[in-house]
Design a protein around this ligand. Structure first.
Ligand code: 5RP
Length: 232
C-alpha cells in the first residue's frame, strides 16, 4: 500500500475537524463530469458541502435517505444507481480500518447500499478520522437482516443480537450486530454471507477499496491500495 501525506492544517486535534479534513481531501480528488457514489454518516456530512463548493458537474448516487436529502439541499445532482450504472468514484466513511484495507462499516445501518455503491464504482475512497485506524478488527460487525424469521437467523448466527433502538435499514430491514471474534475477516465474511436471512454484513474486503484518507493531528494521510480489477 502506497502512502503519501498532505500538509497539515493548523490544528486537527478535534475528531470532527479530522473528519472534515479527510472529506475535503477526497472532494479534491474529483473531476468534472464524474458519477459519484455518496456514503452515509458524519464524515460524509462534511464531504457534501465540500463537493458542492467545488462547483463541478457531477451526477451522484446517495446510499441513504439522509445523504440524499442533504445532497439535494446543497444543490447536488442526485440520481438512481440504476440510471447511472457504473460509477467513477464512491466516497464513504468507515467504523474500523485495518492497514491491509479490511473495513467494518454499517454504524449507520446503510452498509448494504454502501457496499452495492462501492462495488459499482471504479474507485472507492474511504475517509475517516484517526481513531478509525485499528490494529485488529473488533466486534460488532453490523448486519442487515430480513424481518422474516429474524429470531431464527440470530439463533443460527449464535453470537448476534438486534441493535437496540436502531432505525431500520434504508430498505426497511432490521439492523443487528455480529458479536463473535473477527481474527480472520474473510472467514467471518464468508460465514455471514452463507447465513440465510442475512441481507448483507458490514465487513468490506480490501478488493473493494482503492484509497484510504485518514486525517490525524498532523494532516491527511493518503494510502493507495491495489484494488483488484473485476470483470465488467
Ligand atoms: C454508515 C457507515 C458509516 O460510514 C460509518 O458508520 C462511519 O460513520 P461516521 O462517518 O459517522 O463516523 O458505514 O452505515
Amino acid at each position: 500500500m502506497g502512502v503519501s501525506g498532505t500538509p497539515a492544517p493548523p490544528s486537527l486535534s478535534d475528531r470532527d475537524d479530522q473528519k472534515r479534513a479527510a472529506a475535503e481531501a477526497a472532494a479534491a480528488l474529483l473531476e468534472n463530469g464524474q458519477r459519484v457514489g455518496l456514503g452515509t454518516g458524519s464524515t460524509v456530512a462534511h464531504l457534501l458541502p465540500a463537493l458542492a463548493a467545488r462547483g463541478l458537474r457531477l451526477r451522484c448516487v446517495a446510499t441513504s435517505p439522509a445523504t440524499r436529502v442533504a445532497a439535494l439541499e446543497l444543490g447536488l445532482d442526485v440520481r438512481e444507481l440504476d440510471e447511472l450504472g457504473e460509477l467513477d468514484v464512491a466516497i464513504d466513511g468507515a467504523d474500523q480500518i485495518l492497514a491491509d484495507g479490511w473495513l467494518v462499516k454499517g454504524g449507520g445501518g446503510a452498509h448494504t447500499r454502501e457496499k452495492i455503491v462501492a462495488a459499482a464504482a471504479a474507485r472507492f475512497v474511504v475517509i475517516a478520522s484517526a481513531e478509525k485506524a485499528v490494529a485488529a478488527l473488533r466486534p460488532p460487525v453490523p448486519l442487515e437482516i430480513l424481518r422474516f424469521g429474524a429470531q431464527r437467523t440470530l439463533v443460527e448466527l449464535g453470537e448476534a443480537r438486534l441493535r437496540e433502538g436502531a432505525a431500520p435499514s434504508p430498505d426497511g430491514n432490521l439492523i443487528a450486530d455480529y458479536l463473535g471474534p473477527i481474527e480472520d475477516p474473510r472467514r467471518v465474511a464468508e460465514r455471514l454471507c452463507a447465513q440465510p436471512g442475512v441481507v448483507e454484513h458490514g465487513l468490506f474486503a480490501p478488493e473493494l477499496v482503492s484509497d484510504v484518507l485518514i486525517a490525524g493531528p498532523h494532516g491527511v494521510q493518503h494510502r493507495s491500495l491495489q484494488r483488484k480489477e473485476r470483470a465488467r
